[in-house]
Design a protein around this ligand. Structure first.
Ligand code: ZN
Length: 441
């Protein structure tokens, strides 16, 4: 059993990779070499800054590799990134490989002890692992610390792009891990990249609106600051994870009233969902006047999500919700979240991005060169994914009507027959003795 204190010092051989360490602090102005502060030469104006790209898209091939073997979300990361790419949505984007978050960055929210547990879980007893939530749906696995650092690093890089004014839209679909606590993994979330990204945004923006449409309540969100307005639409029911998010305004201290929770019932369809998003989030955005918006776009409210199985949304609902968030005219950080059918999540997030880039609707046929084409069989179309989500109604409307007509015709015949044999309607029926023999059979 491991009993010593954790330590990240490199000389003790327990340090995460060098890239995880915080970047060196910038030198003070008086330490800069003279040439750096000299006035610019007088040979014409400096070159113009490149225009902001419409999209910064953060992905991580290494994270996709680490995630590919996990039983939950198997291949979801790589399927999403490659589908987005194969539909040509990244042609005008600045595409970045997520850097791993530094230890210092991760400690912006998480405890040092917890981060050490992520790095060295294999040295912990089962009891200690359980204390950090590293069991069941958050079971540890080789590469866990790197996975967490890349997850956080991707969302931080996307937030950084907005802070630097490089884009108005920054996307990191591997982010949105809204359940991880300071010192505990929870709900498939090992690191809370949402909180870390919001912290980064707060260094450049005055007010952040955080909209969470995952079917599960974002229970580890920002609660303490009136500079962050959290809006969560989710299912809340006895026994449904995580068991929080009752109707009302939460928040603590000066953040009291800045966390709006709207639980919604089972079977939620697109229209009521969108009406709720427009009414609550739209109204809140108008009142709060955020400077930047974060959308946790977990798609486990899709119909027949294999894990949540609660709501009956289609991909179009998420595309329209994201469009609404973008319509507020603020820089938008778009993160993923839940969504446990990989093909459905990939198709939905690709559709969301197409909508925001003005490239919707996408061609229905999945690009022939797409590596995961077989996951969209047998028709290999986006619409087939949607049809799979909402099982087709096997009732043919005209056939149903014809059957009704047939039954009514039989009834009319029976009534006519009855009338011919002395009496009509209910009176005749009442006089007729029941056929007990047949009734018992
Ligand atoms: Zn969820």
């Amino acid at each position: 059993m491991y009993s010593g204190a954790f330590c990240f010092e490199e000389e003790e051989g327990l340090a995460p990779a060098a890239a995880h360490r915080a970047p060196a602090a910038a030198p003070a102005d008086d330490q800069l070499p003279a040439a750096t502060v000299a006035p610019p030469p007088e040979r014409g104006p400096p070159p113009a800054l490149p225009a902001p790209r419409p999209l910064v898209y953060v992905r991580s091939d290494r994270l996709a590799q680490l995630s590919a073997g996990l039983p939950i979300n198997r291949d979801r990361s790589v399927m999403t990134d490659t589908l987005v790419e194969d539909y040509g949505l990244l042609q005008d984007a600045a595409v970045r490989q997520a850097p791993p978050a530094s230890l210092e960055q991760l400690q912006g929210y998480h405890s040092r002890e917890y981060l050490a547990a992520l790095a060295h879980w294999d040295k912990l007893s089962e009891r200690r692992r359980a204390a950090y939530g590293l069991e069941d749906d958050c079971a540890p696995f080789p590469g866990l610390y790197e996975h967490a650092a890349l997850t956080a690093g991707g969302s931080l890089a996307a937030a950084e792009a907005l802070c630097a004014g490089e884009a108005r839209l920054a996307v990191h679909w591997d982010g949105g891990r809204h359940h991880a606590g300071k010192g505990k993994a929870a709900g498939f979330c090992y690191v809370n990249d949402v909180v870390l990204a919001i912290l980064r945004l707060l260094s450049s923006f005055r007010r952040v609106l955080y909209l969470d449409v995952d079917v599960h309540h974002g229970d580890a969100a920002f609660l303490l600051s009136p500079r962050v307005l959290t809006i969560s639409l989710h299912k809340a029911a006895p026994g449904f994870y995580p068991g929080t998010g009752a109707l009302g305004a939460g928040g603590e201290g000066t953040g009291r009233g800045f966390a709006l929770n709207l639980p919604l019932g089972d079977g939620l369809r697109d229209n009521p969902f969108l009406q709720a998003v427009a009414a609550l989030a739209g109204g809140a955005a108008a009142a709060f006047q955020p400077d930047v918006v974060v959308l946790q776009c977990g798609v486990d409210g899709l119909a027949h999500d294999p894990l949540a199985g609660s709501w009956s949304l289609t991909p179009a609902a998420y595309a329209r919700a994201a469009e609404l968030a973008a319509s507020w005219g603020r820089p938008l950080l778009l993160l993923g979240g839940g969504g446990y059918c990989a093909a459905a999540a990939a198709a939905t997030w690709t559709g969301v991005l197409a909508q925001l880039l003005g490239k919707a609707p996408l061609p229905d046929d999945i690009p022939a060169e797409h590596e995961y084409l077989d996951r969209y069989g047998p028709s290999y179309t986006l619409s087939a994914v949607i049809k799979r989500l909402l099982p087709p109604d096997t009732n043919d409307a005209s056939a149903v009507l014809a059957a009704c007509e047939g039954l009514l015709a039989e009834l009319r015949s029976a009534l006519a027959r009855q009338a011919r044999h002395g009496g009509s309607g209910a009176a005749a029926a009442a006089q007729q003795k029941p056929d007990c023999k047949r009734a018992r059979s």
